[in-house]
Design a protein around this ligand. Structure first.
Ligand code: KG4
Ligand code: ZN
Length: 349
């Protein structure tokens, strides 16, 4: 079975081909990505209308590219998968519309995928795929969740953020420090030159006794500290900005680490999967690797370039749903999208 996957939920257009047969882990044949980051940078964040229009421009050329790379023709595609939600409504409609039009034209069924399920299953695209069951730490720009994953479509939320997501905390703090958009990678790069213990920043809900997160207070603390430092932040030779970046990263990483370890303890599971854009963070990976090695826990990540949004994870999630028999592809081409869609509300049919 050859699955064409299309991702267009936010500011990246991703297209990929994944193939599976029998019970073996599906294989990525080719993928292509166009990031709109340069376009949105001028506005300091994603402009939904511009995002939708750009997806329209990119999606078919990217589809041609992945087919060429894999040496396939459109007629070889068995199922067309697309991101159905959550995400920006207009952006999602582009991928859904193109996928359903392709399906109708090719007389092939289509399948709408949950974006977070794509992230969650993306480590299965790596050379060292996990095995069920596991605890998943899903950390993206819009979501921060700890989950117990017993199989494809079998997700129980153990805890989640009550306000900002971890990626949002990185992005908003980076913006306050004048590091542009998206700020996560920039803040993390600057943090490498700073002292993570330089400033005392809050670790919200660290001792809450549950597995929920809260990051909204952190950006206020960063703002207060940045105001206190004033001109010192930009002064030549000053390490203040790098120190504040490192302290911010340390606060976010410590909360993610401790809550992940608590989730492993609570469930008794010995395997952790980290997915979503923040999963690319080097300091988070370093500390998780260290702590998990000490406790005999296996930890899995997606390949670095598949941590942020991409089409491969969407094709993969569709392939794994079909393979596990939890969903059938459909020949109904009237599509809808779900801009808001909790992962634990995923229907299994
Ligand atoms: O998963 P993703 O591509 O999009 C969503 O589904 O939200 O995640 C994007 C988020 C952004 O907030 C970005 O700043 C963050 O992931 N991110 C990072 C790093 N790379 C991406 N945050 C910290 N360190 C990184 N290296
Ligand atoms: Zn995402």
């Amino acid at each position: 079975m050859l699955i064409l996957g299309i991702e267009s939920s936010c500011d990246e257009t991703g297209v990929a081909l994944v193939e599976f047969g029998g019970a073996a882990v599906p294989v990525l044949r080719s993928h292509a990505l166009f990031s709109q980051v340069d376009m949105h940078q001028a506005y300091g964040g994603v402009v939904p209308e511009l995002a939708s229009r750009d997806h329209i421009r990119r999606v078919l050329p990217l589809t041609e590219l992945v087919l060429r790379d894999a040496g396939c023709r459109l007629a070889d595609v068995d199922v067309v998968a697309f991101t159905r939600g959550p995400g920006l409504a207009g952006a999602l409609l582009v991928g859904a519309g193109v996928a359903c039009a392709l399906g109708a034209a090719l007389e092939r069924p289509v399948l709408g995928v949950h974006h977070l399920e794509g992230h969650l299953l993306s480590p299965f695209l790596s050379a060292d795929p996990p095995e069920f069951p596991f605890v998943a730490l899903l950390v993206s720009g819009g979501h921060t969740q700890l989950m117990r994953v017993d199989g494809v479509g079998r997700y129980a939320i153990l805890g989640e953020t009550i306000d900002d997501a971890a990626g949002e905390a990185f992005d908003k703090s980076a913006k306050l420090l004048g590091l542009g958009y998206p700020g996560g990678p920039a803040l993390s790069r600057l943090a490498e030159q700073g002292d993570p213990a330089a400033f005392k920043l809050p670790r919200p809900l660290l001792h809450s006794g549950n597995l929920d997160f809260s990051f909204a207070g952190l950006k206020t603390a960063v703002l207060t500290q940045a105001r206190k430092l004033g001109d010192q932040l930009e002064a030549p030779g000053s390490t203040a900005k790098a120190d504040l970046a490192a302290s911010t990263e340390a606060a976010i990483v410590e909360v993610l680490l401790k809550k992940s370890l608590a989730a492993l303890k609570e469930t008794g599971l010995r395997r952790l999967v980290v997915a979503g854009g923040v999963g690319a963070n080097r300091e988070l990976r370093r500390q998780l690797n260290l702590a998990c090695a000490q406790q005999g826990v296996r930890v899995h990540y997606p390949e670095l370039h598949l941590c942020t949004d991409n089409g491969a994870m969407i094709a993969m999630a569709a392939a794994m749903r079909l393979q596990a028999g939890v969903q059938q592809a459909s020949r109904v081409y009237a599509f809808d999208v779900k801009p808001r869609w909790p992962l634990d509300a995923l229907e299994v049919n």
